[in-house]
Design a protein around this ligand. Structure first.
Ligand code: NAD
Length: 557
């Protein structure tokens, strides 16, 4: 086994408060968000610098982390720090409105864009996997995904169960950084969640943070408990300590049909993200180190079996969807021809939101004070009184979400709304109603920032699923507009060769300069998504583009 240098909680503690250790608030924000990503309350495995999503890292190694920290501290307000796959490689002269940090993670020339090539380069210390918000320093813990998951289940409830998951059994797997949001999202929709998870510490982490209600080690006992709760119409979530394949097999044997069925194991990464079912957890841990090739063989067998069982339950009536981990492609790679017979969650539930420029807008209070988030919550609630689902979300979030690391909030906002919110936050900072600047960002899983044919761009109306010009344009326009840091990644969500995507973060520090930058970036960033969907022919996107004057033909008139 490898000896990793340990994460040092004192050395890497996220600074809070109003005192700067960098030469400006933007650099300071980057420093705090980088360290926040690695805070043990936030990150899944800080000793390995892994934030979430299989092996999604914030920095390549501890040496690179120390150098990034040092570089951010000396970085001037007219310079930009360059990060190449988690390692700082240069500081170049730019100008005050340019991003302070430019990041490129996990990029490979398309012909070589495989896990095999990546693994070899990673082993040599030349690359790291950035996932989405891990390598772009805007992960905020499981909350970052919980609203999206909540909206997905709400959409499923509307489509199939008269608007609520009350008295439904919802089966899934994976209680990692993102998957851990599933049980809470399901109970927020009043349903019963039964979630398979191989690692006990993950179940415990979700119990501790209030994302999960109960842990049960025996499969039958867990199924019985879930069925009882379903019968009583109780909202309850259960983590069952087992392999997903074993849980689904048992459901098939007992002919119990889940109302919804999905999966959020890290199937995108067969080596680091998925536990095979034919060997024990202990054996798998050893095999992964000693014979990765054989481990991958086992993992592929299991993923094929896993999807077969999902298809079986689907054929018996379970509403089944892929939850963005590329498990269908893995099963197909292993010869399962009909692996794509159930849809991905984006075409099934999320695409209409993307057409309005809606996506996972998020922010964090750099002061570290939860009252600052309370102030922003109030602003948002007042700003969008007519948006019922947003109002419901804010209320639930306040009640049920415990902060991990820096206090943060997420809510899906659309074209026009993000800009309005950003400017209002800048005003809160300017007038001293919050104690320190607010950092605003988003997931890469957004309307215009990702090309991922098995996920965000699955089944595009015009067949443009695999076209990756859009995320590149997204990163370019956010750089031109003056985002605080911009990142371009490969392989997030679904693994090497399957996606290209861009991230954006912008700091509201209360200055006039920030106001100008916020106006540009928070209009252009979702705007590109609206343009992308309008270009593909989606009616809602065309109307949204017209309404917000994003449409090229109008400009040319
Ligand atoms: P993670 O690596 O932190 O957690 C994955 C979890 O799955 C781990 O706890 C692991 O023990 C468990 N697991 C693996 N194989 C298993 C098996 N066979 N049976 C039961 N449990 C098993 O990853 P994460 O951050 O939770 O992300 C999960 C997946 O979801 C990734 O593929 C990620 O790319 C994808 N993802 C989806 C969305 C979305 O919006 N749908 C967003 C982000 C990430």
């Amino acid at each position: 086994t490898k000896i990793f240098p340990k994460y040092d909680p004192v050395k890497y503690k996220t600074p809070t408060g109003t005192k700067l250790s960098c030469k400006g608030w933007i650099q300071e924000a980057a420093l705090r968000m980088l360290l926040n990503n690695l805070d043990p309350e936030v990150a899944e495995r800080p000793d390995e610098l892994i934030v979430y999503g299989g092996r999604g890292k914030a920095a390549r190694n501890f040496e690179a982390l120390d150098k990034i920290i040092a570089a951010l501290k000396i970085l001037e307000n007219d310079e930009s720090l360059l990060i190449q796959s988690g390692k700082p490689v240069g500081i170049l002269k730019t100008h005050k409105d340019a991003p302070r940090v430019l990041i490129s993670n996990s990029q490979l020339v398309p012909h070589w864009a495989t896990w095999e090539t990546f693994d070899a380069l990673e082993k040599k210390g030349l690359m790291m996997y950035g996932q989405m918000t891990a390598g772009s320093w805007i992960y905020i813990g499981s909350q970052g995904i919980v609203q999206g998951t909540y909206e997905t289940y709400a959409a499923a409830a509307n489509k199939h169960f008269n608007g609520s998951l009350k008295s439904t059994l919802n089966v899934t797997a994976g209680l990692g950084g993102m998957g851990g949001a599933q049980p809470l999202a399901i109970t927020m929709n009043e349903g019963v969640a039964l979630v398979a998870e191989v690692e006990e510490w993950r179940i415990d982490k979700r119990l501790e943070t209030g994302y999960l209600d109960e842990k049960i080690k025996d499969i039958d006992e867990a199924i019985d408990r879930a069925l009882k709760a379903k019968q009583k119409g109780e909202a309850l979530s259960i983590g069952v300590l087992c392999n997903a394949v074993h849980l689904l097999k048992r459901l098939v044997e007992r002919n119990i049909i889940p109302d919804t069925l999905t999966d959020q194991t890290s199937a995108h990464d067969p080596l680091i993200g998925y536990w095979p079912h034919e060997i024990s957890y202990e054996q798998a841990k050893v095999l992964r180190e000693e014979n990765p090739q054989q481990y991958i063989e086992y993992a592929y067998n299991s993923m094929r079996r896993h999807v077969e069982l999902m298809l079986r339950l689907q054929s018996r009536g379970a509403v089944t969807f892929d939850y963005g981990n590329n498990i269908r492609a893995r099963a197909k790679e292993r010869g399962l021809q009909n692996a794509f017979d159930f849809p991905g969650f984006v075409p099934a539930y999320i695409r209409p939101l993307f057409c309005e420029g809606k996506g996972p807008f998020r922010w964090a209070a750099l002061s570290g004070d939860p009252e600052d988030i309370a102030a922003t919550d109030e602003v948002i609630a007042k700003m969008f009184p007519q948006n019922e689902s947003l109002q419901r979300w804010l209320k639930l979030a306040k009640e049920k979400i415990s902060f991990q690391g820096l206090p943060a909030r997420i809510c899906w906002l659309g074209q026009g709304e993000r800009e309005k919110a950003g400017l209002a936050f800048n005003e809160l900072v300017r007038t001293g109603k919050v104690k320190a600047p607010i950092v605003i960002g988003r997931d890469h899983l957004d309307t215009g920032s990702v090309a991922s044919p098995n996920r965000e761009t699955e089944s595009m109306l015009d067949g443009s699923d695999a076209i990756a010009d859009w995320p590149i344009l997204n990163a370019l326009v956010n750089t031109a507009g003056g985002a605080s840091w911009v990142s371009l990644h490969h392989g997030g969500g679904v693994g090497m060769g399957y996606s290209i995507h861009a991230g954006m973060v912008i700091v509201a520090d209360g200055t006039q300069d920030a106001e100008e930058r916020l106006k540009r970036v928070l209009r252009n960033d979702p705007g590109l998504g609206v343009i992308r969907h309008a270009d593909a022919g989606y009616e809602t996107a065309i109307t949204t583009a017209e309404k917000h004057q994003l449409e090229i033909d109008t400009k040319l008139k």
